[in-house]
Design a protein around this ligand. Structure first.
Ligand SMILES: [Zn+2]
Length: 324
């Protein structure tokens, strides 16, 4: 199977959001046949101002490089990028703190290219519970934000969110909810990985779970293709092949001192969760060939494989972005 014949959708990159980042690193995804990538412009550690600064810098950079990239807001933008050999990009935000408590910001972010938003980043916030914190339901503000995201057309993302809040998002949302970059707990017990019930509930409502390539979510700092495939097949067994996708959470080497960032806010990456592992590995789009070979060896049909490579997330986007 030729990767170029499939839509390849990477639902989340793990690039640290900052106006200082040189986005030439995005060429890596292009080189590995990815057609669409969502990059985050903020997460709960950052303020609204810092998120807007990263968003503004990324927009300006992408608009200045139209030969290689396309700032996408619709499925037809993504088709257009694919047909012209460019990488389509839109933005996501990891956590509701970027709203600064102001519901009006949802539509503003949407108008600036944000097409997917997570409700929390590891810790509880004003909207929802985080996966490394005490389990809580959605707050009143969280329920309002969900309705506003459904109204403006943003993908509702439950990665990094705590158990009860994620189940409530799936229950309440008008559009299918995704876990853009989350692996199954049944394969590797890490608090960032998600339980069978979350995966099944997500699939039952038409959602998709994206396979994460960060080695500490796969096993003992395991970034092997075999490790990735173990998680991929674990997701397929639980959700069905129509509800699995890719969200590698990948970042190439960047000029940002991640160790310093993590140690400045240890509360967001708590002890006992392998975050202090030296030289954490990372599987990303360079593993696509191995993944396809592994899926073919397991007897998945071409339609199922194309779904996992991109069509499944595109289906959710079509519904969430109200293009049906
Ligand atoms: Zn993340």
């Amino acid at each position: 199977m030729n990767l170029k014949e499939s839509l390849i959708w990477d639902a989340h990159a793990g690039i640290f959001p900052s106006p200082e980042i040189d986005l030439h690193i995005l060429e890596f995804w292009k080189k590995h046949s990815v057609n669409y990538l969502s990059i985050n412009v903020g997460f709960d550690v950052m303020s609204r101002d810092e998120t807007l600064a990263a968003l503004a810098a990324y927009r300006r950079w992408l608009l200045a490089h139209p030969d290689q990239f396309l700032l996408a807001g619709t499925l037809s933008d993504i088709d257009n990028a694919r047909n012209t050999g460019r990488l389509a990009i839109s933005f996501d935000i990891e956590g509701i703190n970027a709203l600064a408590g102001d519901i009006n910001m949802v539509e503003v972010y949407h108008s600036l290219g944000v097409r997917q938003m997570l409700f929390a980043y590891n810790l509880n916030n004003s909207a929802a519970g985080g996966c490394h914190d005490i389990d809580i339901p959605l707050t009143k503000f969280g329920i309002e934000v969900l309705a506003e995201m459904n109204r403006v057309g943003m993908i509702v993302d439950a990665s990094h969110v705590g158990y009860s809040s994620s189940m409530e998002l799936i229950e309440r949302s008008c559009s299918p909810v995704v876990f853009s970059h989350s692996n199954p707990w049944s394969v590797w017990e890490h608090q960032r990985n998600i339980k069978d019930e979350q995966i099944k509930a997500c699939a039952e409502k038409g959602g998709v779970v994206g396979l994460n390539g960060l080695a500490i979510f796969i096993g003992e700092n395991d970034s092997s293709s075999e490790g990735l495939l173990r998680h991929l097949f674990g997701l397929i067994d639980l959700a069905g092949s129509a509800h699995v996708g890719l969200g590698f959470d990948y970042t190439p080497d960047i000029n940002v001192d991640l160790g310093a960032i993590l140690s400045a806010r240890p509360d967001y990456w708590p002890a006992g969760q392998q975050y202090d592992t030296p030289n954490i590995g990372h599987a990303g789009p360079s593993k696509l060939r191995d993944l396809v070979d592994g899926m073919q060896a397991r007897g998945l049909s071409e339609i199922e494989i194309k779904g996992i490579l991109g069509e499944n997330f595109a289906r959710v986007a079509r519904k969430s972005w109200m293009e049906m």
